[in-house]
Design a protein around this ligand. Structure first.
Ligand SMILES: Nc1nc2c(ncn2[C@@H]2O[C@H](COP(=O)(O)OP(=O)(O)OP(=O)(O)O)[C@@H](O)[C@H]2O)c(=O)[nH]1
Ligand SMILES: [Mg+2]
Length: 519
């Protein structure tokens, strides 16, 4: 790991991740097995997805293998590994890279991104490269273009200039063209002209994902997102083969050409991945309904990558297994962490994958199963890094992705906006009403945030705060401890009764009345 330095570029300088085979660069699992399932407790409860074996009733978004085994719908690790390790898009997964970055900049017209300067886009591209172990930026250039999304990105003059510059830069092993997706013909043309591998944003981001993948679900989602890359590579390989007169050749009596066979194999691979993901999705659905059954409200924490989501959840829950990192896409898997609100109500915080501007849609689609948790939560907390020069643009981006995810209106309306990293700014004041100002790192503003979360959770879950008189010789009190949130107990020893202040859902209250008050 390189030393971290926090700078105000569009993305901070990022530590090196990895450029080793995926298995070697997995994140450490946040393991908290063995925590007693006692509710409520005086300190906040810490659990990660992997600890939910002991917390089965709560349900998790990322089931452990043991849970899957017990449920019989086992998805073999080897099956996932096979899909994940097979057909890694060529070129990107091996060795180290000395990268030349080209940022095509649109100076005018409708494609101009008014909120982003070319320098900040370049800083973000550098941040992406620097995230990877053994990848270094050797040189960079911003070139103006009118057509960044076309096959011919650069005009003839600019292209010649660029080719000369790349060819004259010693030791370049790859060129990163900072556009969402390159056409396969453009990629091929560039690789021929420059004599090195050419990557676009999609392939670089995906490679970072690959390095950080830990769970079966993340690995499958990445494998799915790699299919378009493999298709595009296949096209180029076939074009090469065609030049040698081989691509359109039929394979011994099969009636299929080499190209058709390869395409069919890719299609089959895609179907296998999708069906494996569907099995995990069903499992996730089941766990979610178990969670609902126990009535622990879920709070999804979302926001732009590196804004401090994991740090915040760690601060709110005390879960020491969480590992915030100054790195892009450190969190790729949904994990669930229990914390307590001021009234001792337990909520489950869901840590989510970060957003990035212009993340290609195919990539988001592949991760849609993960993002489903957001749609099904009781409350959303949108964390913003307000110290970042692009904070406004990042917010617009996040809201845009949320819009595409078809989040229910009530969730969007109740979303709490958190302004994080205020410690990096001198006397920060927000112009947005309702925003909660915090420093997750320095644990400032957390009490206010917890209060705001509680208020919204009570509203959104339809829970009510009631004073119930219980008979201490009956199981009423223990029932309430199990099924509701007990805030306070005032005992009247003479009467053998108590007044219990509880936060309880209408459904649980109905069951309580049926069980105890109808007698
Ligand atoms: N100064 C300062 N740094 C913070 C604060 N909160 C988080 N950070 C730092 O920001 C970096 C990213 O934090 P994470 O919590 O990993 O961010 P994230 O949003 O989970 O990132 P991804 O999972 O990669 O999307 C880490 O280096 C944190 O230490 C804060 O309040 N102040
Ligand atoms: Mg994170």
């Amino acid at each position: 790991m390189k030393t971290l330095r926090f700078v105000h570029s569009r993305l901070p300088l990022l530590p090196r991740s990895c450029h080793r085979p995926a298995a070697a660069c997995m994140l450490l699992p946040a393991s908290h097995r063995g925590q007693p399932p006692v509710l409520p407790s005086s300190r906040s409860l810490a659990l990660s997805a992997s600890s939910l074996k002991n917390w089965k009733d709560l349900g998790s978004s990322s089931p452990t293998e043991e849970e899957e085994d017990e449920d019989g719908d086992l998805l073999e690790e080897t099956e996932v590994e096979e899909l994940f390790q097979q057909h890694v898009p060529a070129g990107i997964g091996q060795g180290q890279h000395r990268v030349f970055i080209v940022h095509p900049d649109v100076k005018w017209g409708s494609r101009k991104q008014y909120l982003t300067t070319a320098e900040l886009m370049m800083a973000e591209a550098e941040g992406l490269v620097n995230t990877l172990d053994n990848w270094t930026v050797v040189d960079k250039i911003i070139l103006s273009t009118k057509t960044p999304e076309k096959k011919k990105i650069f005009g003839k003059g600019n292209f010649q200039l660029l080719t000369e510059k790349i060819r004259q830069t010693p030791g370049v092993t790859a060129v990163f063209v900072n556009v969402d997706r390159l056409y396969s013909v453009s990629e091929r043309e560039f690789e021929e002209a420059w004599g090195v591998k050419v990557f676009d944003r999609y392939s670089v981001v995906l490679h970072i994902f690959r390095c950080n993948a830990r769970t079966k679900e993340a690995k499958l989602q990445i494998s799915l997102a790699e299919i378009p890359l493999l298709r595009s590579r296949l096209k180029n390989d076939m074009a090469d083969l065609d030049q040698q007169g081989g691509g359109a050749r039929y394979i011994g009596g099969s009636g299929e050409t080499v190209y058709e066979v390869q395409q069919r194999l890719l299609k089959e691979r895609e179907t296998r991945i999708r069906s494996a993901l569907e099995r995990l999705r069903k499992k996730r659905h089941l766990l979610r309904s178990q969670r609902k059954h126990r009535e622990f409200p879920t709070v999804s924490v979302l926001g732009y990558t590196n804004c401090g989501k994991t740090t915040l959840i760690k601060a709110l829950t005390g879960d020491s297994g969480l590992q915030p990192r100054n790195q892009l896409f450190a969190t790729l898997d949904v994990t669930v962490h229990a914390g307590q609100l001021p009234s001792h109500m337990t909520v489950l915080y869901v840590d989510t994958i970060g957003f990035l501007s212009q993340l290609p849609h195919q990539l988001i689609d592949s991760f849609s199963a993960t993002l489903e948790d957001i749609v099904h939560s009781d409350l959303l907390v949108h964390v913003r890094d307000v110290s970042h020069p692009e904070t406004v643009n990042q917010k617009a981006n996040v809201l845009n992705v949320l819009k595409n995810l078809q989040i229910p209106h009530r969730l969007l309306a109740s979303m709490i906006e958190v302004h994080n990293k205020i410690d990096l700014l001198d006397s920060y004041e927000s112009s947005e009403s309702g925003a909660v100002l915090i420093s997750a790192l320095q644990q400032r503003g957390l009490d206010e945030l917890k209060k705001a979360v509680e208020q919204e959770v009570v509203k959104s879950t339809g829970k009510q705060i009631l004073d119930l008189r219980v008979n201490l010789s009956s199981p009423q009190l223990s029932w309430l401890y199990k099924e509701a949130t007990v805030q306070d107990v005032q005992v009247n020893a003479e009467e053998g009764s108590a007044v219990v202040k509880v936060i309880i859902s209408a459904a649980a209250h109905g069951r309580y009345k049926k069980l105890f008050e109808s007698r």
